[in-house]
Design a protein around this ligand. Structure first.
Ligand code: FE2
Ligand code: FE2
Length: 196
């Protein structure tokens, strides 16, 4: 099933509708970690998401500072290159584990979850394309660090456009995914969903 246009990640500006996130109301976000069914998988899932939020924010800040002239090229390169690589590789790996290991378990547990998890998997496809272009534009920016003038500026602009879009869409995706995953774990338990 294809997602409605307004729910496609690049167009989505608000939380998922309540008929898709059908357990969200019952389990408000502020109460998640106190619930007796909040287990290790739920905690680890949120930790991973928070790591992506934090690292994405650090990369954005560093890029901004570099473009403003507050970081010199070598300093920027040392900070930025390993973190961008880590961010992109781990995000891709995280999505693969979700697509192949976890999402099928939610879908098969209750048919009502099929629509939501199909939508999240489509989000991953959109994010995957942006991950590739972020890697390319990021490499091009690093390669142009020691060139003078326009070439360096254009390369940094191209990366910043791409990665701002990636981060905005990723933040939307992480919130929406949590609204499906965590309430389902609290309702059905990790043991029932994942067999552990
Ligand atoms: Fe995801
Ligand atoms: Fe995730």
């Amino acid at each position: 099933m294809k997602t409605a246009p307004e729910l496609w990640l690049p167009n989505r500006t608000a939380k998922l509708p309540a008929d898709i996130a059908y357990l969200r109301e019952k389990y408000p976000r502020e109460t998640w970690d106190e619930h007796r069914n909040f287990g290790q998988t739920a905690a680890f899932w949120l930790q991973m998401h928070n790591m992506f939020r934090e690292l994405g924010g650090m990369l954005k800040t560093a890029t901004h500072e570099f473009r403003e002239g507050a970081l010199d090229p070598d300093e920027f390169h040392r900070f930025f290159a390993p973190r961008l690589r880590y961010f992109l590789q781990h995000l891709e790996g995280h999505h693969q584990v979700e697509d192949y290991n976890y999402f099928p378990l939610f879908r098969s547990y209750d048919k009502r979850m099929i629509v939501g998890f199909d939508l999240l998997e489509e989000d991953h496809e959109v994010i995957h394309d942006l991950l590739l272009s972020s890697a390319q534009t990021g490499q091009a920016m690093l390669a142009a660090l020691h060139t003078e003038g326009d070439a360096r500026r254009f390369a940094a602009d191209a990366y910043a456009d791409n990665s701002d879009k990636l981060l905005n869409w990723l933040l939307r995706h992480l919130d929406d995914e949590e609204d499906l995953v965590i309430p389902s774990i609290l309702e059905y338990t990790e043991g029932a969903l994942f067999g552990h």
